[in-house]
Design a protein around this ligand. Structure first.
Ligand code: NAD
Ligand code: DAU
Length: 368
């Protein structure tokens, strides 16, 4: 039995991880901690809160004393650190929050873990600090470059990526200097349920359903390597179960797509769904598909993201060969599931998109 602390547990991947773990580990206790920034949504955890072995705590990873107290109170032996500012565009217009949470927050969480797990008298028999990182720390690839490996030198290009790189280095340092039992995974682009609609895939679905432009940065040729979020959770589980302490593991889908191709694919899937289910036109009357028009008519080319990394691709040889990782979801099935989830969870995304957030996202691409 393990006592997990899932930081950032009310965000996109954290929420999926909480459900993934509760579904499979009935004997474990899961404490989700989240500061509930604009990206955190406690409503996403409503089904988890019905379970006795789950607790939600509103808190900030920057608060070292509170983190140490929580580790003691809940006898936490495993931290999975998702908490972060995660959106590249926001890091370009406001990098400070990224340094605060991703660098200082991770460092304060490491300090709390060291105090309780290494320096105190009431440490659990074993402990693990697993840090969730990103492929963006490796920089950008050209068309013929080999995919990122664990030994690819770090070359972060955005304030977001630089802040994640800094946190990765701190995690590594706490292992080498103090002996904290750490591991890190660097994952490619996730998609799936509970994905905040400021990121490419959920934003395109929501805008398609509400008849708003589908903004493509630059010429749309940029490439990302997409992984269904449940497959990411499976990868983290494998690292927690069988990963070597002090090691890093890349996780990815071996699934490279140009942005413009993904958006066209989403448009086609939405057109098909409307053609087969007449109820959708009634529920989403502003969607072009409701009037029998193609969703792709909404595609709008906009000014590029500053410093836009052109291509990411992840070499997953280590996690595949050493831990037996393989994604279960194909991109087609994963996208269909994601679109179906958005159809079924209109209340969730409408609540998220209301008010100042909607205004912020609109102003971002209209201004380009
Ligand atoms: P997200 O923005 O949806 O969720 C982040 C969560 O962290 C939010 O719930 C937010 O409220 C919380 N948070 C922010 N600051 C906090 C603080 N100071 N203290 C406590 N909680 C705080 O992000 P996500 O997409 O779920 O990403 C989760 C993690 O995975 C991040 O570390 C991100 O860098 C990493 N990652 C994401 C992807 C992806 O494609 N989304 C890919 C690879 C790695
Ligand atoms: O690679 C992993 C990273 O993936 C994670 O570390 C980040 O937390 C996560 O946000 C994601 O970063 P990206 O910048 O790749 O994701 P985003 O969804 O913002 O953009 C994906 C691509 O789509 C990117 O090339 C920019 C482009 N884009 C994005 C938006 C929001 C558009 O063309 N239009 C848009 O409106």
């Amino acid at each position: 039995m393990a006592n997990l602390l899932v930081t950032g547990g009310a965000g996109f991947i954290g929420t999926n991880f909480v459900y993934y773990w509760l579904d499979r580990r009935a004997d474990d206790r899961v404490v989700a901690l989240d500061a509930l920034t604009y990206a955190g949504n406690r409503a996403s955890l409503v089904a988890a809160e019905e379970q006795d072995n789950f607790r939600f705590v509103k808190g900030d990873i920057r608060d070292e004393a509170a983190m140490a107290q929580l580790l003691r109170e809940e006898k936490i032996d495993t931290i999975v650190n998702f908490a972060a500012e995660s959106h590249v565009d926001r890091s370009i217009v406001g990098p400070d929050a990224f340094i605060e949470t991703n660098v200082i927050g991770t460092h304060n969480l490491l300090k709390a873990a060291k105090t309780v797990w290494l320096d105190g008298d009431d440490a659990p028999a074993t402990h693990r600090f697993h840090h969730i990182s990103t492929d963006e720390v490796y920089g950008a690839l050209g068309a013929t470059d080999p995919a990122f490996r664990e030994d690819t030198p770090y070359a972060p290009n955005s304030p977001y990526a630089a802040s994640k790189a800094a946190s990765d280095h701190l995690v590594r340092a706490y292992h080498h200097t103090y002996g904290l039992q750490v591991s890190t995974s660097n994952c490619s682009n996730n998609y799936g349920p509970f994905h905040f609609p400021e990121k490419l895939i959920p934003l395109m679905i929501v805008n398609a359903l509400t008849g708003k432009p589908l903004p493509i940065y630059g010429d749309g040729s940029n490439i990302r390597d997409w992984l269904y979020v449940e497959d990411h959770c499976r990868g983290i589980e494998l690292v927690l179960e069988k990963g070597v302490i002090g090691e890093t593991y890349n996780i990815g889908g071996r699934n490279e797509w140009r942005n413009i191709e993904i958006v066209r694919e989403i448009c086609l899937l939405i057109d098909k769904a409307f053609a087969t289910d007449p109820g959708l036109a009634k529920r989403f009357p502003d969607a072009p598909a409701a009037a029998g028009e193609t969703t792709s008519s909404l595609i709008t080319m906009v000014k590029d993201r500053p410093g836009h990394d052109w291509r990411y691709a992840v070499d997953t040889t280590r996690i595949t060969d050493e831990l037996g990782f393989a994604p279960a979801e194909s991109f087609e099935s994963g996208l269909k599931k994601t679109i179906a989830w958005m159809f079924e969870n209109e209340t969730w995304w409408r609540a998220v998109m209301d008010g100042s957030y909607r205004a912020w996202i609109d102003s971002q691409y209209v201004a380009r």
